[in-house]
Design a protein around this ligand. Structure first.
Ligand SMILES: *[C@@H]1O[C@H](CO)[C@@H](O)[C@H](O)[C@H]1NC(C)=O
Ligand SMILES: *[C@@H]1O[C@H](CO)[C@@H](O)[C@H](O)[C@H]1NC(C)=O
Length: 458
């Protein structure tokens, strides 16, 4: 896609056609979308900003330093130099000064009764999750809350094995079931299987609840079925519990997500090994969760600079969704609603002050345009890694046939990174961002603030 975009690079200057990618990237980056977070690591000094390749330019490089110019450049050709070195920020790029002011608070209040006191016998709730790994994770979290609302015993959730991602894994292949059951034992009684009755496992009564069902909604819709049938399965269970919950139920969500749900040992060990290999290379690293699949690009209704070929290809895919509105790509982009291209992510990271020597771990699926699309990002950040480059085929073999286990590995590495950045607002990105906030890692606004402070000194 790079060449289709008519971008030329000469003498370190990049010329990019009008509104499209680069300039808009900064607008988007400044306004929204990007969730970069830090990990306060006391690891060796960062590689950022160092190295012989840093060339100090007479003018502070990059448009972020000249907002006025950025606006001018929105019309007509954007022409700017890309520094290869990092910013003067150094340490502040990697460590947030105020992170220690944040404390996760998932412990139950005194008013929250023990599970033993509220669980009614003969009420069994089971769920069937839906979607990819992280969408299923939201379902699992909400299932615990739903069981608590209903005073029911929860049966270990059934994972979605027929989704687009096709993965035959069971809950126990991905998550540590013992830890799930025991760490929530004060909150909800959880069992592995519905107890047999007359030598048979009762088959559940299946039903579906609306999206964001409130506690009252559960009491009105599910409780009667549960009292009558005793075993109820809620199907397609994702985002089925309201966000308007009393504090103790919200805290329960946090306990499930940030404490009870642990990956199985093989996944954790492999993921941590990948983190160690990243650290061995560079001390600190950035994890990028990049989504740039053709279908999500088509769905976005945006234009990514690929000319007629792209318009035709994405237009074709777009026909899949009958209810999709006619889109206005320019407006979508102006409103910051377009996923950043890999190149734009690279520009943004460079603008924030991450130099060419920084190591990048990239978690991504299919990339539209393949290597050609990734090339500009790799030119900006040549230390470009993924699980496939860090691990051997043999090491990855046990995970490879299982999309959810592969996604779990990426989750572990992104979670272990110093800085996390994403170009999308999907389930995994939100899950990881939330987790970083919860466990004292900071978000991108910190970098922008540090940039401002730095400028104010001159
Ligand atoms: C929450 O509970 C855990 C375990 O009971 C305890 O170790 C921790 O200190 C508590 N945290 C807060 C903030 O009270
Ligand atoms: C669950 O138990 C609590 C405490 O006994 C009770 O107040 C509540 O009404 C019960 N809810 C349901 C749905 O059974």
């Amino acid at each position: 896609m790079g060449s289709r975009r008519r971008r030329q690079q000469h003498h370190g200057r990049w010329v990019v056609p009008s509104v499209a990618p680069a300039a808009a990237a900064f607008v988007a980056a400044g306004m929204l979308l990007l969730v970069v977070a830090f990990h306060c690591f006391l690891s060796p000094p960062p590689g950022v900003g160092g190295g012989g390749s840093f060339v100090r330019r007479p003018n502070p490089p990059f448009l972020l330093n000249k907002p006025g110019e950025l606006r001018r450049n929105l019309v007509g050709t954007v022409d700017f130099t890309v520094p290869s070195g990092g910013s003067k920020l150094g340490e502040e790029l990697w460590v947030s000064k105020s992170a220690h002011n944040f404390v996760g608070c998932s412990n139950a209040t005194k008013e929250f009764a023990d599970a033993k006191a509220v669980t009614e016998s003969n009420r069994y709730l089971t769920i069937a999750t839906s979607g990819g790994l992280n969408q299923q994770r939201t379902g699992i979290i909400d299932a615990v809350v739903a069981a608590r609302i209903l005073n029911a015993t929860l049966v270990i959730p059934k994972l979605d094995q027929a989704s687009f991602w096709k993965d035959a894994s069971d809950f126990v292949d991905i998550f540590d079931a013992d830890s799930f059951i025991s760490s929530l034992s004060n909150d909800v009684k959880i069992i592995r299987q519905v107890p047999e009755r007359n030598g048979k496992t009762p088959s559940p009564y299946k039903m579906r609840v609306p999206r964001k069902c409130t506690p009252t909604c559960y009491e009105n819709r599910v409780l009667p079925a549960l009292l009558k049938k005793h075993v109820v399965q809620l199907t397609k269970f994702d985002y089925r519990v309201s966000n308007r919950l009393e504090t103790d139920l919200q805290k329960l969500r946090c306990r499930v997500n940030y404490h009870a749900l642990q990956f199985t040992d093989p996944i954790l060990k492999m993921g941590q090994m990948l983190v160690q290999r990243m650290r061995a290379k560079s001390g600190r690293f950035i994890a990028l969760h990049l989504r740039f699949e053709p279908d999500m690009l088509a769905f976005s209704g945006c234009y990514f600079g690929g000319g007629e070929i792209e318009r035709r290809e994405l237009g074709e895919i777009r026909k899949r969704w009958k209810t999709l509105h006619e889109s206005n790509p320019d407006r979508e982009r102006r409103h910051g609603k377009c996923p950043l291209t890999p190149e734009e992510v690279g520009f943004m990271l460079r603008a924030l002050g991450f130099g060419k020597d920084v190591h990048l771990y990239v978690a991504s699926g299919d990339v539209y345009g393949g290597e050609e699309t990734l090339a500009p990002l790799k030119a900006l950040f040549p230390n470009f890694h993924s699980k496939e480059t860090l691990a051997s085929k043999e090491e990855l073999a046990p995970f490879l046939p299982f999309s959810s286990r592969m996604a779990a590995l990426d989750y572990v590495v992104c979670d272990g990174s110093d800085v996390f950045v994403t170009n999308n607002n999907g389930n995994m990105a939100r899950m990881l961002a939330g987790r970083r906030w919860f466990i004292n890692k900071m978000c991108v606004q910190e970098i922008f603030r540090a940039q401002e402070d730095h400028k104010a000194q001159f």
